[in-house]
Design a binder for this molecule. Structure first.
Ligand code: ADP
Length: 232
C-alpha cells in the first residue's frame, strides 16, 4: 500500500503568521455592486511589521475585517499560523481569533465598565488559555503599571492606546492587526505606541497595521498599497 504523501504546503504555510490568498469581497445594494476586495494576497512573517496604506474607500477596513475573521471573504482564504480561519462557522472563527489574533482598533478595544486589568483578564478568558504573562507584567510592558484599575474614560489618549495594546497582546497572538492605532495621538504618544509595535516584532511577533500615518510607514518593514481593492 502506498504511504500517504507528506503535505509540504501545510509546513510552508506555518512559516507565515498571516497569509491571505486571493481575497474577494463584494457588497450589493440594490442594483449597485461594490467590489471592495479584488484578489488581495499578502503574507506576514513572524518578526515583521507590515503597513497597509491606501486612500479612503480602497478596501482597508474590509481587508482587516476579513483577516481578523470578523467578516467572511466571498472568495479566497485566510490562514493564521497555517490554520485556516476563513469559511468556518462564526463560533470557530471567534475561538481562533481569541487565541491567535490580537485586534487593536482606533476606537479602542476596552470594555468601558471594566478596568484595564479586568479587560486583560477577559481577553485571556475568551481565549481559554492561561495568561502567558500576568496583567501586571503586560501593563508594565506598556508603561501603565500605575493605571491597572483605571476605566477607559479615565485614561488619556496615549494611555488608552497602550492599554488597548496590552489587551490585544494578552494572549501573545501570532498576529497583531491594528487599525489606525495612532490616528488620534500626539507625536510623543504615537512614538511610544510605535516603539511598542517594533518591540513586539523584535520579540518574534507579527504586526499588520492599517494606517495613514507617515510615522507608522517609517517603522514598517514593508508597505502594501491598496487601491480599488487591489494591492499595487
Ligand atoms: P477603506 O477602509 O479603505 O476606507 P472600506 O473597506 O471601508 O475602505 O470600503 C471599500 C469599499 O467597499 C467602499 O467603496 C465602501 O463604500 C464599500 N463598502 C464597505 N463596507 C460596505 C458595506 N457594508 N456595504 C456596502 N458597501 C460597503
Amino acid at each position: 500500500m502506498a504511504t500517504p504523501k507528506p503535505e509540504p504546503t501545510a509546513v510552508l504555510d506555518a512559516a507565515y503568521a498571516l497569509e491571505a490568498r486571493e481575497l474577494y469581497r463584494f457588497f450589493r445594494a440594490g442594483e449597485e455592486e461594490t467590489l471592495a476586495l479584488r484578489g488581495v494576497s499578502l503574507r506576514v512573517r513572524p518578526g515583521e511589521v507590515v503597513a497597509v496604506v491606501g486612500p479612503s474607500g480602497s478596501g482597508k477596513s474590509t481587508l482587516l475585517a476579513c483577516l481578523a475573521g470578523l467578516e467572511e471573504p466571498d472568495g479566497g482564504t485566510v490562514l493564521v499560523a497555517g490554520e485556516r480561519i476563513s469559511h468556518r462557522p462564526e463560533s470557530e472563527r471567534a475561538r481562533l481569533r481569541a487565541r491567535r489574533i490580537g485586534v487593536l482598533l482606533q476606537s479602542g478595544n476596552l470594555l468601558p465598565h471594566l478596568d484595564v486589568t479586568a479587560n486583560i483578564r477577559l481577553a485571556s478568558f475568551a481565549a481559554g488559555t492561561e495568561r502567558r504573562a500576568g496583567a501586571g507584567d503586560l501593563l508594565a510592558g506598556v508603561g501603565l503599571d500605575g493605571r491597572s484599575h483605571a476605566l477607559a474614560h479615565q485614561l488619556a489618549g496615549g494611555e488608552l492606546a497602550r492599554a488597548g495594546l496590552a489587551v490585544a497582546v494578552a494572549n501573545d497572538p501570532d498576529i497583531l492587526l491594528a487599525d489606525e492605532p495612532t490616528g488620534e495621538l500626539d507625536g510623543a504618544s504615537e512614538q511610544l505606541v510605535l516603539d511598542l509595535l517594533r518591540a513586539r516584532a523584535a520579540a518574534g511577533g507579527a504586526v499588520l497595521v492599517v494606517t495613514h500615518s507617515a510615522q507608522v510607514v517609517k517603522i514598517a518593514d514593508r508597505v502594501l498599497a491598496l487601491h480599488d481593492g487591489r494591492i499595487r
